[in-house]
Design a protein around this ligand. Structure first.
Ligand code: N01
Length: 491
């Protein structure tokens, strides 16, 4: 049996839950959320590695319409964020609208009926509007390394942590030194017999000024929401100054660079190790990792930072380019995600049968980061060029939601069934982004990163302040869209 809803939402992380809530606020209740897992939470349900926590301050890491006065720390831990999202879904009756175990396998736009047909792992759905809230960092990336398939030990990715596997006394290899690895390596180090950390590129770091949120602060935030809002604004604008550095004034980042190098000097005495940990590209070019225990952990006697490239993996060892073989019984990938190839795009087809990924081959990008020419009534949250490294993605999701809600209202107010952006405004919008991008540290900083696609284009980040993206998504602009009207015969 095919189930129909006016709006189908893929995913139940911050994006999907926020969309369901905001739609209901506008009186749109005929909504279903299709979720591949068995609970809500998105990235905060999937990333359960030891030490998983947010590196954006807690004050910014909740919906503005459901602020949390109860964060226990200034940088919240994964269990607390997950519990916040579950509570949000419970309190707002979103659970009954969720279909769990329904991984979206294929979404096809029907150009006659003017609706989406969605096939999941467990059923079929139709929807007038499709909102993608699957997240850009949800598909773990495991590099192709010669001999990987021959490995006989236990291996897993940081986003699929194997909690059954006890690391006590094990020879562990960690590949990757990004934001995830710097969080879990210090937690697992005391248990392991030997910990080999394979670093391809040194990352810039910033200290994690984490502290307990005092009872007085919590009391104040709970009783006087205006105080919390003020504190939120202060943190928000403080972080916006990083955007200035990343996008036009890299000199501003000089201070942060000095802090990073000073920490390295203070925390790592060994000059050889220090050298290995010193980045050779501009501060901010790759996402800066936020940590206060990464460098101290790497100085522990059972830890080795390996900077020689991996040549081969054997059944119970890793061999590096210099020929050294290290016995390993557990292999952990902290190697990030398929961020710029949007794997979900291979499952989405327009009325002509073209996949989103195919369309993006030559010209990736969306209109205002949210809608895509040729794909009517498809709204993508955290779409191309909407990412930010310096502040909370919840802010971006809320900005995009304002645009989506305005578009949904437009469809209700008029006799238009579907809208798709015209190609020209989309091209102009993306050209502007790429022009601005050339001035940023992500283009000029002399590094490679997950922000760049295979052709070296940055299709992940927004090249400006977050408030400018909010302005760009404030109002739906029908003039930039083609309007489609469902014929009476198929209504
Ligand atoms: O992944 P990453 P992550 N051989 O892509 C290395 C968000 N996040 O999971 O730098 C050897 O950053 C790669 O090396 P290099 C945040 O947006 C947020 O850590 O490419 N090494 C790098 O060191 C973050 O940016 C929070 O040379 C290989 C590492 O693997 C994003 O998620 C917490 C390799 C990958 O680092 C991803 O972070 C955690 C290979 N073949 C994450 N391939 C918050 O707190 C890759 N690497 C909000």
């Amino acid at each position: 049996m095919t189930e129909h809803a006016h709006v189908l939402i893929i995913g139940t992380g911050f994006s999907g839950l926020g969309a369901a809530y905001r739609l209901r606020q506008r009186g749109v209740t005929d909504v279903l959320l299709l979720e591949r897992a068995d609970d809500v939470g998105g990235t905060w349900r999937d990333n359960t590695y030891p030490g998983a926590a947010c590196d954006v301050p807690s004050l910014l890491y909740s919906f503005s319409f459901a602020q949390n006065s109860d964060w226990s720390r200034s940088f919240s831990s994964q269990p607390e964020i997950l519990e916040y999202l579950r509570r949000f879904a419970r309190d707002n009756d979103i659970y009954p609208r969720c279909r769990f175990g329904h991984e979206m396998l294929e979404s096809r736009w029907d150009p006659e009926e003017l609706r989406w047909h969605v096939r999941t792992a467990r059923g079929e759905f139709t929807g007038d509007i499709l909102i993608l809230g699957a997240g850009p960092l949800s598909e773990p990336s495991i590099p192709e390394i010669p001999g990987l398939e021959s490995f006989e030990g236990v291996m897993f990715h940081s986003a699929r942590w194997n909690h059954e596997h006890d690391l006590t006394g094990k020879n562990v290899a960690v590949i990757g030194t990004g934001s995830s690895a710097v969080q879990f390596v210090p937690k697992i180090q005391p248990k392991t017999a030997k910990l080999h950390v394979f670093q391809r590129t040194a990352h810039w770091t910033m200290p994690r000024w984490d502290r307990k949120v005092s009872r007085i602060e919590r009391w104040l935030y709970g009783r006087l929401p205006a105080v919390q809002r003020l504190a939120r604004y202060a943190v928000y604008w403080g972080r916006e100054s990083f955007a200035l550095g990343f996008t036009v004034q890299p000199k501003i980042l000089g201070v942060a660079r000095k802090v990073s190098l000073r920490n390295l000097r203070r925390q790592v005495e060994d000059p050889v190790l220090r050298e290995k940990l010193t980045p050779n590209y501009a501060f901010g070019c790759k996402r800066v990792v936020v940590t206060s225990d990464w460098y101290p952990t790497l100085t522990k006697p059972n830890v080795e930072l390996v900077t020689d490239g991996i040549a081969e993996i054997r059944p119970s060892s890793i061999v590096t380019a210099d020929g050294t073989e290290r016995p390993v019984d557990t292999l952990i990938f902290g190697t990030g995600f398929h961020a710029t190839d949007f794997p979900i795009g291979r499952r989405i087809f327009n009325g002509e049968g073209a996949s989103l990924t195919g369309r993006w081959q030559d010209d990736p990008g969306a209109y205002r980061g949210t809608t895509i020419a040729g794909f009517p009534n498809l709204f993508m949250l955290i779409g191309p060029n909407t990412g930010l490294g310096h502040t909370s993605m919840v802010f971006i999701i809320e900005s995009q939601l304002a645009y989506v809600l305005d578009a949904v209202d437009h469809l209700r107010r008029t006799d238009v069934t579907a809208v798709e952006p015209l190609r020209e405004p989309q091209i102009r919008f993306n050209k502007r982004i790429q022009r601005r991008m050339r001035r940023t540290v992500w283009s000029r900083g002399g590094c490679s990163s997950w922000y760049l696609d295979e052709q070296g284009r940055n299709i992940a980040l927004w090249p400006s302040f977050s408030f400018t993206l909010r302005m760009a998504t404030r109002k739906f602009d029908p003039d930039s869209y083609r309007a489609l009207v469902r014929p009476l015969a198929v209504r």
